[in-house]
Ligand binder design. Structure first.
Ligand code: NAD
Length: 255
């Protein structure tokens, strides 16, 4: 498959290695403001890429996705921190679906993390039955990460609030004074070059359970993004990450 890399920083470069390993051709590497417009104006646009993998960052992702959609190029988007523009971007993609636009966005493409999130949901559902248990979320990332808490920690926090009836909301950081048991505490630590650690802590009166995912590098995110790009082939419109994962976890041969 011909792939364009939009954003050629830490993630874009890691994605290139995985894409090559899986036999794909990288036809364009777009990095920096104005470069996407130049790549789309080329003949053929983006070297004839069938899909773009976007890792530009929160402030650039919405415009990049909309430009790719207008050109009818399907996008796998990994940039986090642009949730407030999601509806607008998705409706733009839907509008261009007849000419081939498609979007699959995931704040975390690691299949290990996705398995972790599914296990965390089951654990939270069980914890809902044991009133004496309290829960919290902790995430650790490298100090270059712009957003906090990160997209995956938000997903983890949201699913705990959905599953545990005694948690009505989540909030970042320790409150002043005693903690409200109805609020799930979410903490983010930015340190060194940590590629990403997520912990769901379940605290009981006599014991503690920790569900923990620890990334060893960026390879897992990149592999997931390339597998998602393979899955996207032939699809149009806004695809949900759950659709990809349901296919992935139910049929072992699926990309
Ligand atoms: P990075 O800063 O190393 O790379 C971003 C690159 O995008 C830079 O090289 C920059 O020059 C380029 N860029 C910025 N604006 C651009 C534009 N308008 N057009 C083209 N290129 C542009 O960042 P990174 O570590 O690669 O992370 C990128 C994003 O991916 C962040 O939002 C991060 O949180 C997210 N991320 C997601 C996952 C996931 O699995 N979904 C995993 C890791 C990181």
């Amino acid at each position: 498959m011909k792939i364009a890399l939009v954003g050629y920083g830490r993630m874009g470069q890691t994605v290139e290695g995985v894409a090559r390993e899986r036999g794909h051709e990288v036809t364009a590497r777009v990095d920096g403001p104005g470069e996407l417009a130049r790549g789309l104006a080329a003949d053929p646009p983006l070297g004839g890429a069938r899909v773009a993998i976007e890792f530009t960052g929160a402030s650039s992702a919405p415009e990049a996705i909309l430009a790719l959609a207008a050109a009818g190029v399907p996008v796998v988007s990994g940039s986090t921190g642009w949730g407030e523009r999601r509806q607008e971007v998705e409706s733009g993609v839907r509008g261009h679906a007849p000419r081939g636009a498609a979007l699959l966005h995931a704040p975390n493409f690691s299949l290990g993390v996705q398995l972790f999130l599914r296990v965390a949901r089951v654990a939270a559902r069980l914890a809902d039955r044991l009133d004496e248990l309290d829960l919290h979320v902790l995430e650790v990332h490298h100090r270059h990460k712009a957003d906090h808490p990160g997209g995956t920690a938000r997903l983890l926090a949201d699913l705990v609030v959905e599953e545990v009836s005694r948690k009505s909301s989540w909030a970042e950081g320790a409150p002043e004074g005693p903690a409200d048991p109805g609020v799930l505490q979410v903490d983010a630590v930015r340190v060194g070059e940590n590629p990403g650690t997520h912990i769901l802590g379940i605290e009981g009166p006599d014991d503690r359970i920790e569900l923990r995912h620890e990334a060893r590098g960026r390879g897992g995110f990149a592999r997931g993004a390339v597998l998602a790009a393979e899955w996207m082939e032939g699809r149009t419109g806004v695809c949900r990450v759950e659709e990809w994962l349901d296919d992935r976890f139910s049929s072992p041969g699926a990309p």
